[in-house]
Write a protein that binds this ligand. Structure first.
Ligand code: GUN
Ligand code: ZN
Length: 450
């Protein structure tokens, strides 16, 4: 028992089955345990029920207030979406018929240009925050658009609805087919400074800015350098895209002839640190992965998008073998689904497709993929000291899962134990099974207004 902070009161206690990952086990299932959450939203204890029950009353917690989970219920850590474009949610599920560079110019930039209008931004951003929370995403690493005020609004909405978020005002100063959808280099720097300053001034406890060069082809070398400096001076996260499709990799070679590789472009502009997360990485070489490992930078694997716009298939096993941090991303709207359950399924599908191509390839297990969606994501965002699993002292970000809801998507059969129940939820479940969502100890789903 480790309950050092004697000033904190116990706010919630749950009893039942807890499923999470640890550094040693991709899935650890704890049955008949109790988990206590203090009034600061942190996990105060997680113990076998009989070891703690007599202490609860000493701490002034009525045992009758224990939330008892049912036979087909469990708690799991909230899921971490390490890459999602909040601004693209308005067309999620459509417009998947072009490869990346054409897709950006034809669909993405014209839609993103509309976020000058704060009413439009408010409508889409409210919907994406609520949708992803309902789907169990307690932490999201968001791309917004180039518009500072709309990006600040996204931060405000994440805070209001109770989602932990990194929010990025997008920076791009070249190669946009939509003339009004780019900034001058000086505007980009000034607006990024303003965005960071204003978002930090709000003192939202769980919403922070992330420096966001869109990707190398959209940014001049001087803009990339400015952004590297801003991120390093302020110790901020960085997010961007890398090596998503082959045409893009070739384009980067021509745009940055002095750099050895796509990774070298970001390295040379001081954008690779242990707070950096790069989406896709389908075509990274082993040499480039070594640079990721050395700098502590992470990859966000976005399998739905990689398949939907035919970008490539990331070999996650190879990335993990290189000891590079890796999380999963929905990449809405190159990815059509705003659900991390879908990201897990597409991760398994991609891994199986690689095994079909090469029987020597070691397919990922559902347990490994569960880890990537929770603890792995927290590591990729360097938030694993705060979230990712049920460890005393971490914030209580959790999903209450019930696999047996009326008219739900899962049928159970006699003799199925907790591991089978978890596997069925990961493969068959949806938001109907996620009956409650907690972020930093606060219950955020069901929404207070419903
Ligand atoms: N590369 C640069 N911008 C984007 C984007 O918005 N989506 C995806 N999938 N790739 C990108
Ligand atoms: Zn993306």
């Amino acid at each position: 028992m480790n309950r050092n902070d004697t000033t904190a009161r116990i706010a919630h206690v749950f009893r039942g089955t807890f499923v999470h990952s640890t550094p040693r086990a991709a899935v650890e299932i704890l049955q008949n345990c109790v988990l206590g959450v203090d009034d600061k939203g942190k996990i105060a204890f997680i113990e076998k029920h009989q070891d703690v029950v007599s202490l609860l009353e000493i701490w002034g917690f009525e045992t009758s207030d224990i939330k008892q989970l049912g036979q087909y219920e469990f708690l799991m850590p909230g899921m971490v979406d390490t890459h999602i474009h909040a601004s693209q949610y308005s067309y999620a599920g459509t417009a998947l018929d072009l490869p990346l560079l054409e897709w950006l110019n034809t669909y993405t930039f014209p839609v993103e240009a509309k976020y000058k209008d704060l009413d439009f931004a408010n409508d889409v951003y409210t919907k994406v925050v609520r949708r992803t929370l309902k789907n169990g995403t307690t932490t999201a690493c968001y791309f917004a658009t180039i518009h500072t005020d709309a990006s600040l609004l996204l931060g405000e909405l994440a805070d209001r609805f109770g989602q932990r978020a990194l929010v990025g005002k997008v920076c791009m100063d070249c190669n946009s087919a939509v003339p009004q959808y780019k900034e001058s280099p000086s505007e980009c720097k000034e607006e990024t400074d303003r965005f960071i300053k204003e978002l930090l001034k709000k003192e939202y406890p769980n919403v922070k800015p992330v420096v966001t060069p869109r990707f190398a082809p959209s940014c001049s070398s001087s803009l990339l350098s400015e952004l590297g400096e801003i991120a390093n001076n302020n110790k901020l996260h960085v997010q961007s895209h890398i090596s998503e499709n082959k045409e893009e990799v070739e384009l980067v070679k021509t745009l940055f002839p002095g750099c050895k590789s796509y990774t070298d472009v970001y390295l040379k502009h001081n954008l690779l640190t242990d707070r950096t997360i790069m989406a896709h990485g389908c075509h990274l070489t082993d040499e480039e992965l070594e640079i990721f490992r050395e700098t502590g930078s992470a990859v966000s694997h976005c399998p739905n998008s990689n398949i939907s716009i035919c970008s490539g298939m990331l070999n996650v096993r190879n990335v993990l073998n290189h000891k590079v941090k890796l999380g999963l991303g929905t990449d809405v709207a190159g990815g059509y689904s705003p659900s991390m359950l879908d990201a897990m399924r597409r991760t398994l599908d991609t891994s199986k497709a690689l095994t079909i191509q090469d029987p020597q390839h070691k397919t990922l297990s559902f347990e490994e993929v569960f880890r990537l969606a929770t603890l792995g994501g927290s590591e990729a965002l360097s938030l694993d000291d705060q979230i990712g699993n049920f460890v005393v002292g971490k914030d209580f970000d959790a999903l209450r899962v019930n696999v047996c809801v009326p008219d739900g998507p899962i049928d159970l059969f006699p003799g199925e134990g907790p591991k089978v129940i978890l596997e069925k939820f990961l493969n068959l479940g949806d938001d109907r099974n996620i009956t409650e969502v907690y972020m930093a100890g606060r219950r955020v789903v069901p929404f207070p207004d419903t």
